[in-house]
Design a protein around this ligand. Sequence first.
Ligand SMILES: Cc1cc2nc3c(=O)[nH]c(=O)nc-3n(C[C@H](O)[C@H](O)[C@H](O)COP(=O)(O)OP(=O)(O)OC[C@H]3O[C@@H](n4cnc5c(N)ncnc54)[C@H](O)[C@@H]3O)c2cc1C
Length: 322
Amino acid sequence: MLECEVQVHGAGWAGLAIAKGLVDAGVHVRLVDPAGPLGGASGRALGLALPTHPEHPHRLESGLGTTAAAALVAFIRAGLDVLPGLARVGVDWRASAQEEGELPLALAAAARIGLGATRTAEGYHLHDGGVVDLVALHAALVGPPVHPVAVTAELDVYATGAVALDPFLADKITPVRWQSVRFDGPALAVPMVSQHATVFWTGGRGGGLVAAGARWATPHMEIGEAVPEPEPRVTAMLERLTRQGFPDAGAVTGVQAGIVGESCDGLPIVGPVPGRPRAIVCTGFGIAGLAYALPCARAVVDGILGRPTTGVPAPLRVTRFA
Ligand SMILES: Cc1cc2nc3c(=O)[nH]c(=O)nc-3n(C[C@H](O)[C@H](O)[C@H](O)COP(=O)(O)OP(=O)(O)OC[C@H]3O[C@@H](n4cnc5c(N)ncnc54)[C@H](O)[C@@H]3O)c2cc1C
């Protein structure tokens, strides 16, 4: 016996946004998460909202082609327009020494794919994106109650982040541990991305500076790590990089870890599972949850409700695996 119309698995940013969008449209929804709302990566994230995929523009363009890269950027930027609590201060990309030679390529590609960017002394400034007030965002996502146990449903949506709950995702999603270190020094006015987008810095909620990162301090680069416990070598590397760039960072006041879901090709996976239209997946946002989760969630809601929609850009669609 079916017990609800739509069951949404996962109460992170994606699942909360999908459940709320459906409930607001009058759909009978069950939202399921054994860890409760924001118990996964979304509850541990900083508020940095990138206006693009976390990759230099020329790399994005060479991977997807100019037209598809431009469509992806347009999709993300449209999502920023409705992202609650966003202060549009832009994002600074600070190039490491190894990235210096790429900067002219990055700026030329940014212009071709519709990303506003200006050269700075340390790299380039992306004009769009910025910092999200996570309290405001989370308040805007409050919807139906969260249940610990699943039931049978007419349609299941899997927004389970790093957990490949639907078997279709088993060979497509890998958990990657990211962690953050908080300092009590001055906050940054403009958030910053560095080290090939493996380190972010932004202001803390109650002031101070926060660094987040992964992917370089351990031999396995935190890939496959499913336990959200901080790794001391990553903490040490984040602290060292922060003190290099921000000598007045101050004392460490906290360390936290979370697990993000990275897809096999680095891009989100969104849409009905091939051959099983009653199972919809919406995951694989990696470290760019604020760029991707809400616009992808909206596309899922529009698709379920049969609203006219262009859906997600082709590189994010499940059909690329069909
Ligand atoms: C330290 C850190 C800093 C970050 N900083 C930023 C940032 O500044 N900007 C940015 O854009 N992104 C950032 N991110 C990335 C961002 O957190 C993720 O991209 C985003 O939260 C993913 O959202 P989600 O809803 O897909 O997944 P999650 O938030 O992980 O939600 C998935 C949910 O599924 C639930 N679940 C698991 N198993 C089951 C099951 N069997 N049944 C039901 N539910 C289940 C989990 O409990 C979880 O609540 C950061 C991540 C970390 C860890």
